[in-house]
Design a binder for this molecule. Structure first.
Ligand SMILES: Nc1ncnc2c1ncn2[C@@H]1O[C@H](COP(=O)(O)OP(=O)(O)OP(=O)(O)O)[C@@H](O)[C@H]1O
Ligand SMILES: *[C@@H]1O[C@H](CO)[C@@H](O)[C@H](O)[C@H]1NC(C)=O
Ligand SMILES: *[C@@H]1O[C@H](CO)[C@@H](O)[C@H](O)[C@H]1NC(C)=O
Length: 415
């Protein structure tokens, strides 16, 4: 059968080694499509295959190596005994591996926890250098003052903060006693993990950050919480009636606002969140929002350091959800962040909740429209031109007011 004129031109382009009948071409296309489809299905079912395997086998291997190091005296930690000897800290499943970051779910004395470490092997962390020489010679007699100075240096490295002796309290090592070298090495592996340092410092200062429950070597444990996901209709695992959902969403939104106010004002430096997505937040039973992934949270001094880069245009000044503007006179990005935590949360979280009808018709249409408008204004404050500095503050109070009104309305509907 002769190919039609149009097809003939196309077929002629086939290399001489290929027999390019039409049937062969169709078969070839079908074969390729089959493989593409199979690969797509496989990827959907197991998104891990392309990145790093997040298998139980590998996770158990990591923990077994941790316990070998513990038994060998290389590392210590208040959770090691439960994990490695008493069987009170049991691996459940792997939550996430990505370029080094290991996140495992476990049960600790009947309570679900998450074990985290930036690296899988203890040996991947830089040893405490100078101190180790002294430890080798003289044992645990390094002067406290010197040790404190070194810890402060590690904190400066990790967070870009100069902390007073008193603020270093939560990190202050209890190094006296047996296994001194192991304690020092374990502390050092943890101090190299920005998230651990941040969470430890926030330990008693913030209800929007998960407290560190303990550690073993380079792994630290935090409470397991109900994490968000773009696949939940309300972004966070809820349940219940539509009125219950509307109330839960309003409660969570108010808690997000409290988190924004808290991170903006309650520390000596503003805390910037540069990776805002549902997966990086979780909720407690009372709908308190908790920031569970703090790898991309930076205090003001570090934020300025990150943003201040060479540039030829504004697009060079974007750091995930944090950006500044390019000063074309000196080809340098401004050190001051241009957008805010509130703006990004409005854009990436609130917009999802409030751009469609909230909880069906349980909330009055007027309130729904006002909320939608306020969220729009908050996410995109550039548009109502005028006062870029004062606008975010106004929209903060506006949102809070509208959310409280929503809760009142829902409460009245209950009576
Ligand atoms: N405390 C927690 N409770 C419940 N789930 C958690 C907790 N911490 C982390 N997770 C889950 O594990 C996932 C990965 O954790 P985390 O975000 O800390 O790792 P990551 O490597 O920084 O991830 P990414 O950079 O992709 O956001 C989270 O998206 C979340 O679903
Ligand atoms: C912090 O502690 C060290 C060691 O104890 C001491 O030398 C230093 O003076 C203290 N600094 C302040 C500001 O208190
Ligand atoms: C930025 O630019 C300056 C001078 O224009 C140059 O000296 C410096 O190396 C650049 N830095 C980077 C990281 O490219």
């Amino acid at each position: 059968m002769a190919p039609a004129a149009g097809e003939r031109g196309r077929l002629r382009r086939c290399g001489r080694r290929w027999r390019c009948g039409r049937g062969a071409l169709i078969a070839c296309a079908a074969w390729t499509a089959g493989w593409v489809l199979a690969a797509a299905l496989l990827l959907r079912a197991h998104p891990g295959v392309l990145s790093e395997r997040c298998t139980d086998e590998k996770s158990r291997r990591i923990l077994a190596a941790l316990c070998r190091d513990y038994q060998g005296g290389v590392l210590v930690g208040d959770l090691c005994e439960d994990l490695c000897a008493a069987g009170q800290l049991r691996y459940r499943r792997c939550l996430h591996y990505e370029r080094g970051k290991k996140v495992l779910q476990a049960d600790w004395r009947g309570r679900p926890v998450v074990l985290k470490s930036k690296e899988e092997a203890f040996s991947s962390f830089r040893p405490p250098g100078l101190l180790e020489d002294q430890a080798g010679k003289g044992g645990p007699d390094v002067p406290e003052a010197e040790l404190l100075l070194l810890v402060a240096g590690e904190v400066r490295n990790a967070l870009g903060l100069e902390l007073s002796n008193r603020s270093l309290g939560p990190l202050w090592p209890r190094l006296r006693g047996p296994r001194w070298r192991g304690r020092l090495a374990s502390l050092w592996s943890l101090l190299q993990q920005e998230e651990f340092v941040l969470l430890s410092l926030l330990q008693d200062l913030s209800r929007h950050a998960p407290p560190v429950l303990g550690s073993c070597g380079h792994f630290y444990a935090v409470e397991y919480l109900a994490a968000g996901s773009p696949h939940h209709s309300a972004l966070f695992p809820l349940g219940g009636t539509s009125r219950g959902q509307a109330r839960a969403v309003s409660d969570m939104a108010l808690s997000f606002l409290d988190l924004v106010r808290h991170f903006d004002n309650d520390f000596s430096h503003r805390l910037h969140l540069c990776d805002v997505k549902p997966e990086n937040f979780a909720i407690r039973r009372d709908f308190t929002v908790v920031a569970i992934d703090m790898d991309m949270a930076f205090f003001e001094p570090k934020m300025r350091e990150i943003l201040e880069q060479n540039c030829t245009g504004d697009e060079d000044c974007n750091f995930f959800d944090c950006f500044s503007k390019c000063d074309l006179r000196v080809n340098k990005c401004g050190a001051q962040r241009e957008n805010s935590n509130l703006q990004v949360i409005c854009d990436k979280i609130f917009r999802h909740w409030f751009s469609s009808a909230l909880g069906g018709s349980t909330i009055s249409l007027g309130l729904q429209l006002q909320l939608r408008e306020a969220v729009q204004e908050c996410a995109d404050p550039g548009h109502p031109a005028g006062h870029p500095q004062s606008a975010p503050l106004n929209v903060f109070w506006k949102l809070q007011h509208l959310l409280q009104a929503t809760l009142r309305e829902l409460q009245e509907a209950d009576h």
